[in-house]
Design a protein around this ligand. Structure first.
Ligand code: C2E
Ligand code: MG
Ligand code: MG
Length: 278
């Protein structure tokens, strides 16, 4: 019943303008700057409390509503990038979009993407697509074909939630990937569970061997940051640096990108010194 209720509400979500996007920064451990931002959809149905994407995205995928929702997200992100391009030079920062595998098994996503890039005069290099590993098993050949065409445009491709789903190492080898995102479930047990630490190290090694850029998701603590930095992880996404923020907030972050997280890195270096002397 709850699923049906959500499906009915979702039908009105776009028309009623109930959807909006937040952006979560990804911080490079090589230069301490924001190098990417993930667009995350939010939904507040009229007269109701917010519903989490963890709840409504799987329902929308099942019902097929993800096609319209995903198109809305893509158009919204492109419009936003065009607006930022008028105001600042942030060409080195990629904006990543979560794309459901279902969306990628038709040509519609790619044709809309190409059209949006043209309309808004956006370089494909400003866009990154995140594909979730949990959905890798379905319609695999079509997925590879579409991702290859999108990759050829110059769009960056990243594998989301790596380590939790169905992607075999063989799949990993065949996909045109640029980046791997280590799932939060491994990160959150760093310092607690030796096994999760070991898995994280192995994922980092795989990514390095395959020349893939790495992002660790859900980094909340200095201890997690220290571990990942020690293992030479490239980028960090998580509450330690920033929760998902509005487009306005992100604009001011990007305008101040140099030294933006100086205090966070200062506390981190202080922590390392204390560890050394202990
Ligand atoms: P995801 O793509 O793996 O996104 C990361 C999730 O982790 C986000 O949850 C983010 O808010 C959360 N997160 C980031 N850092 C931290 C942290 O330090 N601690 C904790 N506890 N959480 C953190 P969110 O926004 O609720 O999104 C959930 C999932 O919904 C996403 O997981 C993604 O799979 C899906 N999703 C979100 N937006 C879209 C979209 O536009 N299209 C599609 N197809 N899926 C989306
Ligand atoms: Mg994601
Ligand atoms: Mg993820």
């Amino acid at each position: 019943q709850e699923k049906q209720r959500i499906q009915v509400l979702l039908q009105q979500a776009i028309i009623n303008e109930e959807l909006y996007l937040l952006y979560q920064p990804q911080v490079s451990l090589h230069n301490n700057n924001i190098v990417g931002c993930e667009a995350l959809v939010r939904w507040k149905p009229k007269g109701e409390a917010e519903i989490s994407p963890n709840e409504f995205i799987p329902i929308a995928e099942e019902s097929g509503q993800i096609d319209a929702l995903g198109e809305w997200v893509l158009k919204e992100v492109c419009q936003q990038i065009a607006q930022w391009n008028q105001l600042i030079d942030f060409k080195d920062v990629k904006i990543s979009i979560n794309v459901s595998v279902r969306q990628l098994t038709t040509d519609k996503f790619r044709s809309t993407l190409i059209k949006q890039l043209e309309i808004h005069d956006i370089s494909p290099k400003q866009i990154e697509i995140e594909v979730t590993e949990t959905a890798m098993s379905t319609n695999y050949d079509k997925l590879v074909e579409e991702l290859e065409k999108i990759h050829q445009l110059g769009v960056y491709i990243s594998m989301d939630d790596f380590g939790t789903g169905h992607a075999s190492l063989d799949n990993l080898r065949k996909l045109p990937l640029d980046k791997l995102k280590i799932d939060r479930s491994f990160i959150q047990d760093i310092g607690i569970d030796q096994c999760d630490e070991d898995i994280t190290k192995v994922i980092i090694t795989i990514a390095k061997k395959m020349s893939l850029e790495l992002v660790a998701e859900g980094v909340e603590t200095i201890e997690q940051l220290a571990f990942l930095s020690g293992e030479d992880c490239d980028n960090i996404q998580g509450y330690y640096f920033s929760k998902p923020i509005t487009a306005e907030q992100l604009l001011s972050y990007l305008q101040d990108n140099e030294n933006l997280f100086e205090d966070k890195f200062d506390s981190y270096h202080l922590y390392l010194e204390q560890q050394d002397s202990a």
